[in-house]
Design a protein around this ligand. Sequence first.
Ligand SMILES: Nc1ncnc2c1ncn2[C@@H]1O[C@H](COP(=O)(O)OP(=O)(O)O)[C@@H](O)[C@H]1O
Ligand SMILES: O=C(O)C[C@@H](O)[C@H](O)C(=O)COP(=O)(O)O
Length: 331
Amino acid sequence: MTKIALQQDRKLDAIVLGRAGVDLYARESNTDMADISGFNKFVGGSAANIAVAVSKLGGKVGFIGCVADDAFGGYVKQYMSGQGINLDGMMTDSSGSRTSVAFTEMKPSDCTVLIYRNKASDLTIKPEQVDPAYIASSKVLVVTGTALSESPSREATLIAMEHARRSNTLVVLDVDYRPYSWRTDVDASIYYGIAAGLSDIVIGNREEFDMMETVLAPGNKDDDATAERFLRANTQVVVIKAGEFGSKVYCRDGHNFQQGIFRVEVQKPFGSGDSFAGGLIWTLVNGGELEDGVKHGSAAAAINVSGTSCTEAMPTKEQLFDFIETREQSL
Ligand SMILES: Nc1ncnc2c1ncn2[C@@H]1O[C@H](COP(=O)(O)OP(=O)(O)O)[C@@H](O)[C@H]1O
Ligand SMILES: O=C(O)C[C@@H](O)[C@H](O)C(=O)COP(=O)(O)O
């Protein structure tokens, strides 16, 4: 079993950096975008989803991001603070940028998710708006990688990671790769490479590691070789997620293991990665073993994909343990 060393004397368990926005989910299941009659409104965005996941499990969570100075921005902040999330690092931009908005179908597979991110407010966050003392008040900094896609958010993210390293705040990178946010895969792989080297734990799926290997190992599909390549600099753990095939975990000391999934009736595929990260991080900040963290992440993801939203379908601690007790894992 593997323990991840963490500073314990911190006010917050985790600060998540990235986008918080509005998610509009189709009212009808198994219906194409063109035929949907309307949408239900929730708060979403990869980073907000992870923050809510950790908070609902009982963690003390903060957030670094930016929303627009408008009604959607207000809605996102109101919901997140209602979830007990500290918003000292949440900025509001009045320059005409827009809070990220996602529209989704509600289908178990081949599910369209359209994200409107023209002039996205989250990407306007500036390095000088990132407070090193805030980062030093947390056990973990979780970075969602889309924040690296554009300046000034890119520089804000890199300095946040640098502050975290200086204050012994554990850094987790959730790759969260959205191809349309980047000019080219080469650009993306270079910035992700820098960010991965600043991270203690790197979490991504195979396609995301393919992108990160664009320059260094184009065409590689071998998870073992990928892990070896990324277990460098500060990185102690690499997690390679594989949807219905579970996940593989590699540690710097040579230990590795796999985690299967908990089979459920899937309502929609999105939200799995964010709930997985939430369950894993919540376990680690509470002093749990890495193996248990990955199992909790896998269970939280299964619960989430069987629900009809991302944030609202994140489980509480009681729901998570009840679920694990009553379900079989398929390995
Ligand atoms: N259909 C599913 N049923 C149960 N668990 C799932 C399912 N899809 C994904 N998961 C769980 O969620 C984790 C992350 O999902 P994955 O799709 O790999 O992430 P991402 O959305 O970031 O690509 C998986 O490793 C698995 O544990
Ligand atoms: O990340 C977004 O901006 C929108 C999300 O809230 C959305 O629901 C989604 O696609 C989450 O997917 P995942 O990150 O692949 O789990």
